[in-house]
Each structure stands twice: as structure tokens, then as C-alpha cells.
Design a protein around this ligand. Structure first.
Ligand code: C2E
Ligand code: CA
Ligand code: CA
Length: 648
């Protein structure tokens, strides 16, 4: 025993780890990092690291000076709690690496289960270790914790190998940056841990934390740190989201949303610099308004100021000052820079960060004029109309993402159209409604939203599918020519539009000529060649095109004549004007004649009463659509307007 001289353990490595972990925690708390899906692992890993390091340092202190600090039970508890925390740290690293893969995210439960199993094995190891050799050995002037250290370093090695293996075996689903990091870090960690196991008994130095604290720092740097904008020093959109997350539902703070309007200064580099410097200056000026005013840059031309106060007079003062800053920047610049400033409170309707931004962007969209600045304070009704719009667009996106061709939220109506020649209903137009819970939304409201959010094509596919189904069900029993479906000009300008539409129709055993498509003339303006190509393809397949809403756009008769339209649908506004105004009546008479002479079929829309009906008949329209004849109703019921085929 005499030669068993006890050398105190050096824990400088653990202190270094602790310092890094504390700095990391400080930075994380201050910078409001990107709270991604996996952020929680980095954050809780850092917290566990700090506690376990404090504990480990205390263990080493007791081991170095047992005569002063040692208490058997407390010491045992320290060791066990440390081992558990170390396990938690490993769990955080392991999960972080794995959850970075899409496949593993889907298997979260399995992963947790697997980890619990490993923990069980680990704890069994602790028990065996305790029973066999003991985690520590008392000696005269110190406690040997070599076994204990070797034990958890060994667990670290197992975890490192598991991480390496999990990444290797799942290579395709792990991003390159993660796999590179794993390939670089794991071998280094393994070397450090092996050295740790070897040298702990010889030199009594402990530095295991250097294998895990840097891993969390790296994760933070790679994926979660992006708190400030380098040009303006304003905070980033991630910081804004973090802030909103914290305040929403707790405080009704105020928001100022600013969109800068640069027009025609993009090519002038010198002025661009000038604008940028002034912009940075403006940010400093806004920041100095008060400590309650924060500034976030959420895109090149968009800023959000938060006024963290519920005091209305302070709010009003601050927004006036912000406006003053913007106006003075504007006056000092030699180039025309305008802004739209929209401001209001984060009310309870805006219950998540994304909604707050979307709300202000929704209002900003009203300002199309780029040549002057605008200032607007939101009204209570804006929140309601936004929520409506938001619900509709989220429903539409959900419909698009699910793309269930039988989606029940898309309700198809049909309006029968009267044929003058036969004196009966021969065709019908499919008209869509959106079912939002109990409410039925009119197409005038949701079609523009669908066009803007890129969901219109999904709607068309669903409507077309439902119409085809109805046609298939009734065509053997009822006599009719066709049902027409409205297509948005945005879609017909997409190169593959005809293929997708055709694929849907082809699923049904129906006569292709029973489907017709309605398009407005704006289709011809977006992308003439593509639209024309799509139309020609479908026309060759036997599908007729209607020119919808004729007379509402800037009609180019020549262009219209050159496109494969078969039927011209005169908009109701033309009809109503012609009834009032003799000159319009002359134009109308002339146009009907020209179209008919050139082989087009003429149809008039919006015929609501007897006089309009009389007018339409006298002017020789071949088809008449309007409430006076029949109103739109659920498409399943449209058959009752058609004649039955024979007896059945
Ligand atoms: P539209 O294509 O011009 O459709 C005719 C609209 O006029 C329908 O309104 C119809 O209900 C209405 N209408 C029918 N008869 C009369 C009448 O006598 N008087 C008046 N004042 N109106 C009459 P609805 O169903 O509200 O549709 C409005 C618009 O929404 C449609 O105008 C069409 O542009 C669009 N839309 C409807 N369904 C779809 C669709 O599935 N896809 C696309 N892209 N647009 C659609
Ligand atoms: Ca139409
Ligand atoms: Ca129309």
C-alpha cells in the first residue's frame, strides 16, 4: 500500500468543456437560434453537459480530497446521477444525428425504443461493475475513479460507433454535411476516448467532455445560428420567430411591417450602395428610438419592427418616429425609394409566428402602386378578412398536397344552358364551390386565392374528375351534348397541362366530346405559344373550347379568331350595356354577326329576366345561360334538366 501514492486527478479538460458549454448556452440564449425540428437535442444536450460537467468536477474534487468531502452515500449518488446524465448527453447526440435523416424521423418511436434498450444495457453494466470491481476504490489519500471514468468513456465509444454506423447505413437519407461531420468527428472522438481510457490510471487526467461539448457547438453553428443580418445588423427572421413564439398569446405587442419599393434602380450600382448605406443608417436610427423597439430584416426589401409594449401612446410615438426616419431617408436619396408601412397589434387571431407575417403581407398586397409611399394602420375587420383568406389558402394547399381526386371539400355545381335551336337544355357548365367546415365559399373568393397560391391546377383536376364521373354515370340514360369545365389561364400556360388533363379524362369510359373547356382570353396573353399548343392538342383529341367572359378583357379579335375556340360566351356586362345603350347594341349586333359568319357558336351569359331573354333571342344567340332559365345546383342533379334517352 505504501507505494500506492495517490496523484490528484487533473480536470482541466473538464473545466475547458464546461467553459465552452457555458459560452454556447449564453450564445444560444442571446441569439434566438433557428428553432428547427432538431434544435431541442442541441439545447438539452448543452444543458445536460453543463450539469454533468459540474457533477463530474465535484466528483473529482471529492476523489482528490476524500478526507474533507467524502460521504459514501452522497458520493455514490453523484456517480450514479452523473452516469445517467452522461447517458442523456449521448442520447441527445445520437438522436440529433439520426433525426437529421428523413427516414429516421419517420421512425422516431423505434429509435426511442432502441435507445431505451441501450440504456438498459448500460445501466445493467453499471450494476455489474458495482458488484464486481466497484466503481471506485478508496486509497489512503484519495479515491480512485479510474474504473468509473473508463466505464463511461467506454459507453461513449459505443455511442460513437453507433452514430457512425447509423450514418453509414443510412447514407442516402443523411445530408452530406452531416455525414462529413460524422466521418470527421467520430474518429477523433474515438481516439480521445481511447486515450482517456488508457491514460486515466497512469496520469490521472480527465477530459471526456472534449468529445461531446464540441459536437453540440458544431450542431449549433451548422444549423441553428443565423441570428443577425450582416449588412444591417438587424435580427433575422429566425430571431423574429423565436420572439413571436415567446410573446404570442401572452402580450399584445405591436408590429410595424415595412416593405421598401425600389423601382428602376437595380442597374445603378453606385446608387445601390448609397441606398444600402442609408438603409443601414436608418436601422440604427430605428434602434435608437427606444429599448422597446426591435428591428428584424426578414427579406432584402422587408423589415419588421416590434414595439415591445402594450402602452398605446408609446406605440403611437414610436411609429411616428419610425415614419420620420423613413421619410428623411427618402428625402435624402437621389433615387426614388418608396415604402409601404403597415402597422397594428398582434391580436389573438394571429396565434402563430407564420400567421403574423402572413397577415401583414396580406395587407401589403393591396398596395400595388410603386410610385408613392403608403402608411396604413390595420382595422379590426382586417383580422377577420385575413383569417378567412388564411383558412381558404391553407385548405387549398391541403387539397393540393393530398390531391384526392374525390376530395369532398371541392363541391361541384352545374348550371344547365339552354339551346335555342332545340328548345331544351343540351349543355351545362360546371361551377365549383369550396366547402370549409359548414361554410360554402363562392368561387369569386377562392379562385383568385387558388391562382395566387398555385393550387388552382389541383382544383381543376378534382373538378374534371368529378365531372367525368357524372358524365360516365348519366351518358347512357340522358341526352345531352357536353358539360364544360373552367380552366384558369395560369394552367393552360403550363407546358404539360394537356397531358395531365387528358390523363384524367382518359380514366373514364366517356365520349371525349362530352367534355368541354372554358378559358378566358387572358390565357392568350400569359404565354401564347404554350397555351396555343395545349389547346391544339386537346382540340385534336375532340375537346371543344369556349371563350369565356368575352367582352371583359381587352379583346383582340384577331388573336381570338386564331385560337381554336369553338364557342364565344358573351359576358353578361355586354348584355346589360347593350340593353341600355344603342351604340353598344350596334356593336353587339355586329360582333354576333362576325362570329357566326366565321363559324363560331354564340352563347350569352347572365340572362336573368324576360327582357334580357327576349333580347338574346332576337339577336340570334344560339345558347342562353342565366338564372332566368336555370340556376346552378349540385352536379348530380343536373340530369333532371336533360331529356331521358328512350325508356328504361
Ligand atoms: P363564370 O365562368 O363566368 O361562371 C358564370 C357565373 O355566373 C357563375 O357564378 C354563375 O353562377 C353565374 N350566373 C349564372 N347565371 C347568372 C345570372 O343569370 N345572373 C348572374 N348575375 N350570374 C349568373 P359562380 O358559380 O359564382 O362562378 C363565378 C366565377 O368563378 C365563374 O365565372 C368562373 O370564372 C369562376 N369559377 C367557378 N368555378 C370554377 C372552376 O372550377 N375553375 C375555375 N378556374 N374557375 C371557376
Ligand atoms: Ca365559365
Ligand atoms: Ca363567364
Amino acid at each position: 500500500m505504501m507505494n500506492d501514492y495517490f496523484r490528484p486527478y487533473s480536470f482541466i479538460g473538464e473545466v475547458a468543456g464546461l467553459v465552452i458549454a457555458l459560452l454556447l448556452l449564453g450564445v444560444m440564449l442571446y441569439t434566438k437560434p433557428k428553432k428547427t425540428y432538431v434544435y431541442k437535442y442541441v439545447f438539452s444536450g448543452t444543458i445536460c453537459s453543463i450539469i454533468s460537467l459540474l457533477l463530474n468536477i465535484s466528483i473529482i474534487l471529492v476523489a482528490n480530497k476524500p478526507e474533507e468531502y467524502f460521504n459514501r452515500y452522497i458520493f455514490m449518488a453523484q456517480l450514479i446521477v452523473f452516469l445517467l446524465l452522461y447517458n442523456a448527453v449521448l442520447y441527445c447526440i445520437f438522436s440529433y444525428v439520426n433525426m437529421m435523416s428523413i427516414v429516421r424521423r419517420a421512425q422516431r418511436k423505434e429509435f426511442l425504443f432502441m435507445y431505451l434498450l441501450l440504456t438498459f444495457i448500460y445501466l445493467t453494466g453499471v450494476v455489474i461493475e458495482l458488484a464486481a470491481t466497484g466503481l471506485y476504490q478508496m486509497s489512503l489519500d484519495g479515491i480512485r475513479i479510474d474504473n468509473f471514468t473508463r466505464f463511461y468513456a467506454g459507453a461513449g465509444i459505443v455511442c460513437a460507433i453507433l452514430c457512425f454506423n447509423a450514418t453509414m447505413s443510412n447514407r442516402k437519407n443523411v445530408s452530406r454535411v452531416i455525414s462529413h461531420a460524422v466521418y470527421a468527428i467520430v474518429p477523433i472522438d474515438l481516439v480521445i476516448l481511447i486515450i482517456q481510457m488508457v491514460v486515466v490510471s497512469k496520469y490521472h487526467v480527465i477530459f471526456t467532455s472534449l468529445t461531446y461539448v464540441p459536437v453540440f457547438a458544431l450542431g449549433y453553428m451548422l444549423f441553428h445560428s443565423y441570428p443577425y443580418d450582416e449588412i444591417t445588423g438587424a435580427q433575422s427572421i429566425y430571431s423574429l420567430n423565436a420572439y413571436l413564439h415567446k410573446t404570442i398569446g401572452k402580450r399584445n405587442t405591436y408590429i410595424v411591417y415595412i416593405k421598401l419599393l425600389f423601382q428602376g434602380i437595380d442597374n445603378l450600382m453606385i446608387e445601390k450602395d448609397d441606398v444600402m448605406f442609408k438603409g443601414v443608417e436608418a436601422c440604427r436610427a430605428v434602434e435608437s428610438i427606444s429599448n422597446n423597439v426591435y428591428i428584424y430584416r426578414i427579406a432584402d426589401d422587408r423589415y419588421i419592427n416590434v414595439i415591445d409594449s402594450e402602452d398605446e401612446s408609446e406605440y403611437l410615438r414610436s411609429i411616428n418616429q419610425i415614419r420620420g426616419v423613413l421619410d428623411s431617408v427618402k428625402a435624402e436619396l437621389s433615387v426614388p425609394v418608396n415604402y409601404v408601412m403597415v402597422t397594428g397589434q398582434i391580436q389573438s387571431e394571429l396565434d402563430e409566428p407564420g400567421k403574423v407575417r402572413r397577415f401583414f403581407e396580406y395587407i401589403i398586397k393591396r398596395y400595388k402602386d410603386q410610385n408613392s409611399s403608403h402608411f396604413y394602420m390595420v382595422k379590426p375587420s382586417d383580422y377577420d378578412s385575413f383569417i378567412d383568406n388564411y383558412e381558404i389558402s391553407t385548405t387549398l394547399k391541403d387539397i393540393r398536397n393530398k390531391l384526392d381526386l374525390d376530395d369532398e371539400r371541392v363541391v361541384v355545381y352545374a348550371q344547365p344552358i339552354y339551346s335555342v335551336k332545340t328548345g331544351s337544355f343540351r349543355v351545362a357548365e360546371a361551377l365549383t364551390r369550396l366547402k370549409l367546415g359548414e361554410r360554402i365559399i363562392s368561387p369569386d373568393i377562392f379562385i383568385p386565392i387558388a391562382e395566387e397560391s398555385g393550387t388552382i391546377h389541383a382544383l381543376t383536376c378534382i373538378v374534371l374528375n368529378k365531372v367525368c364521373k357524372v358524365i360516365e354515370n348519366i351518358e347512357d340514360y340522358y341526352d345531352f351534348d357536353a358539360i364544360s369545365v373552367n380552366i384558369s389561364s395560369k394552367e393552360i400556360s403550363q407546358p404539360d397541362a394537356h397531358i395531365e388533363l387528358f390523363d384524367i379524362i382518359n380514366k373514364y369510359d366517356i365520349d371525349l366530346s362530352k367534355i368541354r373547356l372554358e378559358l378566358t382570353e387572358s390565357a392568350m396573353f400569359e404565354n401564347y405559344d404554350v397555351a396555343n399548343n395545349n389547346m391544339n392538342y386537346l382540340t385534336r383529341a375532340g375537346i371543344h373550347f369556349y371563350l369565356d367572359d368575352f367582352g371583359t378583357g381587352y379583346s383582340s379579335l384577331e388573336r381570338v379568331m386564331n385560337c381554336p375556340f369553338k364557342t364565344i360566351k358573351f359576358d353578361k356586362s355586354l348584355l346589360y350595356k347593350s340593353l341600355d345603350d344603342n351604340r353598344m347594341d350596334d356593336i353587339m349586333t355586329y360582333m354576333i354577326e362576325v362570329f357566326k359568319k366565321n363559324g363560331f357558336v354564340t352563347l350569352v351569359e347572365g340572362v336573368e329576366d324576360e327582357s334580357q331573354s327576349q333580347y338574346s333571342l332576337e339577336h340570334g344567340f344560339e345558347y342562353i345561360q342565366g338564372y332566368h332559365y336555370a340556376k346552378p345546383g349540385p352536379i348530380e342533379e343536373v340530369k333532371k334538366y336533360f331529356e331521358r334517352k328512350g325508356k328504361f
